[in-house]
Design a protein around this ligand. Structure first.
Ligand code: KG4
Ligand code: ZN
Length: 335
């Protein structure tokens, strides 16, 4: 089975072609066109500019990956696309493009949930993972721990009531003078710096769900107190910030493992590229931790194609008038 996947829920225009057979899943081609340069001047994603950039990039990206995969549209079994959650205008671009291709080439459409796709990115890269397991999605828009009982069978164990982990990284990075999105740059500086000459509070202990607002205030106050920043102070602050965000994530993962008893934990989403998080999560006792490859942590289309393949195999075919959903919590996803 050959599946074309399309992702356009935020500021990444991505396409991938995968082949799935009895031996497993092979990525024939994949491409991610990032819009960071469009949005960095504004310090965040500008939805209208993001939609326009998707409109420009989609034909180019999809044309390239089809050529690289050396397949034609008639060879495809189906087209998978992100239906939500995400920015409405951005989702509409990808979904409309996918629908157009389906009409033109008589192909079935499989519309998928972005969070569910992030979870399955780790399965794409670690085929030994089997349902059920604990999924932990840590990205720029989402921070949730999910009981993954099977395809389309989810229970949320914990989620954030305010910012996502990636936003906590990005907002702190902004206060340290990094350009948007900044999370990865802050992490790099933290990894290169002497650890822990600053202390931030251990947050979220004994509390249900995630909340980054208290930590954000503590970080802002600490950075303000240390102005003007020299290079060593900036590095030490980055290390303390990374330590506190990772500590909060890992402590919640431990709670969820204890509460549910699962022995496999899958961590995915942009923040799962964080090396400190990877190292500390791997130290959680009694569980096996799986991450996607670094290229599949951030938004990508291979994860969309892979989830679409699983759902296509289960018989999912979506009507071409299906709507996009800017809000679509994982527990509302149907099997
Ligand atoms: O999954 P993703 O591409 O987008 C969403 O679906 O939200 O995640 C992007 C987020 C950004 O906030 C980015 O700063 C963060 O992931 N990120 C990192 C790292 N790499 C990306 N945060 C911390 N450490 C990293 N190495
Ligand atoms: Zn994402």
């Amino acid at each position: 089975m050959l599946i074309l996947g399309i992702e356009s829920s935020c500021d990444e225009t991505a396409g991938a072609v995968i082949k799935v057979d009895k031996t497993g899943c092979r990525i024939l081609s994949e491409e991610i066109s990032s819009q960071v340069c469009v949005h960095e001047a504004y310090g965040g994603v500008v939805p209208e500019l993001a939609s326009r950039a998707h409109l420009q990039n989609l034909p180019v990206v999809i044309g390239q990956i089809m050529a690289q995969a050396k397949v034609g549209y008639p060879d495809l079994s189906a087209i998978g696309v992100t239906r939500g959650p995400g920015l409405k205008g951005c989702l509409l671009m990808g979904a409309s493009f996918a629908k157009g291709l389906c009409v033109a080439h008589g192909l079935p459409l499989v519309a998928v949930n972005h969070i569910e796709a992030h979870i399955h990115a780790a399965l794409l890269d670690n085929p030994e993972v089997k349902y059920p397991f604990l999924g932990c999605v840590v990205s720029g828009g989402h921070t949730e721990i999910i009981e993954v009982k099977g395809l389309g069978n989810y229970r949320v164990v914990a989620r954030t009531i305010d910012d996502a982990a990636g936003e906590a990284f990005d907002k702190s990075a902004n206060l340290l003078g990094f350009q948007y999105p900044g999370g990865a740059a802050l992490a790099k500086l933290a990894d290169e710096s002497k650890p822990m000459s600053f202390r931030l509070p251990k947050v979220m202990r004994g509390q249900e769900g995630f909340s980054f607002s208290g930590l954000k205030t503590a970080i802002a106050l600490l950075i303000a107190r240390e102005q003007p920043l020299n290079a060593a102070t900036r590095g030490a602050l980055a290390a303390a910030i990374q330590d506190s965000i990772v500590d909060a994530l890992v402590s919640k993962m431990k709670d969820a493992v204890k509460q549910t008893g699962y022995r496999q934990v899958v961590v995915s989403g942009g923040v799962s590229a964080n090396l400190c998080l990877r190292e500390r999560a791997q130290r959680i006792r009694g569980v096996k931790i799986f991450f996607p490859h670094l290229a599949h942590c951030m938004d990508n289309a291979a994860m969309v194609a892979y989830l679409a393949a699983l759902r296509f195999k289960e018989g999912q075919r979506d009507p071409l008038d299906i709507s996009v959903l800017s809000r679509w919590p994982i527990e509302e996803v149907q099997a």
